[in-house]
Design a protein around this ligand. Sequence first.
Ligand SMILES: Nc1ncnc2c1ncn2[C@@H]1O[C@H](COP(=O)(O)OP(=O)(O)OP(=O)(O)O)[C@@H](O)[C@H]1O
Ligand SMILES: [Mg+2]
Length: 368
Amino acid sequence: MIVESLKINNYRNYKQEEIELGPGINIFYGDNGQGKTNLLESVYLCATSRSHRGSKDKELIRFGQEEAHIRMMFLKNDLSHRMDVHLIRNKSKGIALDGISFKKAGELLGTVPVVFFSPEDLSIIKYGPSGRRKFLDMEMSLLHNRYLKELITYNKVLYERNNLLKQIRKFPQLTDTLDGWNDQLLFYGKKLIIQREEFVDHLGKMMKEIHGQLTGKKEDIRVVYEKNVSEDEFEEKLASRLEKDIHNGSTSIGPHRDDLAFLSNDIDLRKYGSQGQQRTAALSLKLSEIRLVEELSGEKPVFLLDDVLSELDKNRQNWLLESVKDIQVMITCTGLEDLIQKRIQLDKVFYVKEGSIQEMSPPTLSNA
Ligand SMILES: Nc1ncnc2c1ncn2[C@@H]1O[C@H](COP(=O)(O)OP(=O)(O)OP(=O)(O)O)[C@@H](O)[C@H]1O
Ligand SMILES: [Mg+2]
């Protein structure tokens, strides 16, 4: 997968810009607050229908404007395609592939494989389970459209069940009406558990190999799917917690409470890992994600690397850049010195300033 060009109109701090990208490493450098992340976000939006920062659609439209457009031309299986995203203030967005609109934004997932890596991702091991669940859900949704539909339904059912639990506190006679919601929660919840199990198994194998290489075989990593409940026990445990759940007005059992554990030489990195170990594991996780997306979608993803290089030490930087040699990468940074020193072959270099993008000639490495 290669993004060939991007045309953006009234998106964030961009008025109108058009760039052509190279198939290798594309650098976007400039001072803080100039629009580097915004640009990567626009690619992510074309691939997933949403902002990686979780921003609302209307926040993406340039201040004072009513509409924003992004047109992304990309090459997939040697064929050129066009993705158009049209954001309108106070209306739902329109997304079209080669001129044909998607009925629901979620249908687009998986069309353009993309992996986003931001400094926050480096904390995924350290922080709470919700970030790790989000990672699971996002990756699995990108790879399997069915998963996203089942996840959305599960979350709706969970929401309704929680509302009903709160009502039952006041009106116990409503308890009988829970059965329908319980059945649906179990039905969709079990589907999520089974699919997550399979995905984590796959991820674990990939990560073990990559992490072994990254740590010079010093660390043997295992990813464990810590399910809140197994599909066999789900029904029984849900029933046994009913009184407590009514009291709390929320459902305490189900895959919405799942987590992922990362064990290095059998030590839980979430609790006992050093800062460096946690970040290295996060890096392995991202690199595994690239490989997994490639394996399962049959396409090399576009890698969006936002400000991460400056967060890593030299060894890990080198490892990361070495690992993504054969895919298209868009990197943001504030300066080029580091990359020139490393003698990394840069395909295209763009200077970003106040929402305008200027293509520069890549530094000649032989003189560096
Ligand atoms: N809807 C919008 N309309 C106009 N400007 C916006 C909008 N949303 C964000 N901005 C502006 O975009 C700028 C931030 O851009 P961005 O996050 O891409 O910066 P950056 O170049 O990545 O900076 P850093 O190096 O600090 O990460 C801010 O100055 C912000 O005010
Ligand atoms: Mg930024």
